[in-house]
Write a protein that binds this ligand. Sequence first.
Ligand code: ADP
Length: 459
Amino acid sequence: MKIVMCASEMVPFAKTGGLADVVGALPLALEDLKQEIIVIIPKYKTINTQQFTITSIGEDVDVAKIGKNIKVYLIKSSKYFDRDALYGTKTGDYPDNLERFSFFCKRALTLLKEINFKPDIIHCHDWQTALVPVYLKSIYKNDNFYSKLKTIITVHNLGYQGLFSKDEFPKLGLDWSYFNIDGLEFYDKVNLLKGGLMFADLINTVSPTYAKEIQTKEFGCGLEGVLLKRKDSLFGLLNGIDYSIWDPAKDKFILKKYSLSSIKDKYVNKENLKKECGLAKKDVPLFGIVGRLAEQKGLDILAEIIDKICHLELQFVILGTGDLKYEKLLEEMAKKYPKVISYHIKFDDILAHKIYASSDIFVMPSKYEPCGLGQLISFKYGTIPLVFKTGGLADTVSSDNGFIFDEYSSKALLAIIKKALTKYRNKKTWSSLVKKAMELDFSWESAAEKYLELYTKVI
Ligand code: ADP
């Protein structure tokens, strides 16, 4: 099968979150299944070009290679992509994001013609590439080159839809007839993701539970009606983890590599990170957090009890950026309790690896979570996830392999943290929990097979 993966971020080139992990790993797993695949992403200024062999194939397109022979096409535009960030700065999204990503979607489609790559399927991800199915069924609908091409759109987070003012609609190059309830209109605004959901041949999201949840008012972010309407074309496939990147036995970023048989070395990493972070308490569990500091990630309920938590027999290492109010609160707490909390306000891949390896417990009390990668990575590192029962967290964590609470409140979060502390004190129970976690397998292999089935279904 010939597949095009079209996305706005991808490991190892550009990453702001889990989307990049998925787009970096799925093509490799599909290539292992003998599929022919190319990837198209924007060429951001932030891509460290020294790290890769990149060749130019024209004025505005470069190519890099990953895996055995996967070409990654990088669309250049000094106007749209030569910026310090992918989507925006601390003060907000870039105001021309609609133009930037509609340009990208169109250019991705014209590129296919130029390189004469006629795929069976284009796999799009999130609002940034949601216009691809729209353009195929509008401005390109009579073009023979694209006539047999099918599309699938993966929703990685329904909370981000690419919403813009109606005034911007003409910039899309679409007829106004597409600005209606069966098209891109959403309460008198332009909604790019909605366009993708309406026009893609198939829709999927990244866990079975989230696929069900988004058809309800509580989780549908206003798009539940659209999703309900398309429920026969809506699937939920759990993400995998790329174990060539996330495996303590091979991890080049951690002080001491380890596996289940050399689990003692996990604790060498722990002591080292504690030292680096100035965390001096002995014999207490280390709780780790790596992620966006947003309400979605449960920061609201964590914020309510963080002061209380600091008086418990534990320590915290936190890595993340996000909402200013949570960044400030954590900075304050780290100042107030320097021996208990170490807070790192940045995006730092190496430190993330160290935290996964060194922590005993990974805290991820997300209010909603499409799939979540943090808990899957944690399992592999023998770090026990503590999560709220929702979406992909509910599909992967149970009381058998982690700590899970089912009432979204600070009280329930505090209670489960205390429960984890009690469990931690019993070394035998703890070791068996760690063993169970490390033996779980969330590799991309089986997830990629399921994607292939989905592609086959739509073709
Ligand atoms: P999201 O909703 O942000 O995509 P996921 O759990 O699906 O959440 O994936 C988050 C990914 O981004 C993980 O690989 C995580 O380790 C990484 N990540 C998040 N914040 C940071 C950070 N500040 N520094 C390094 N990596 C981070």
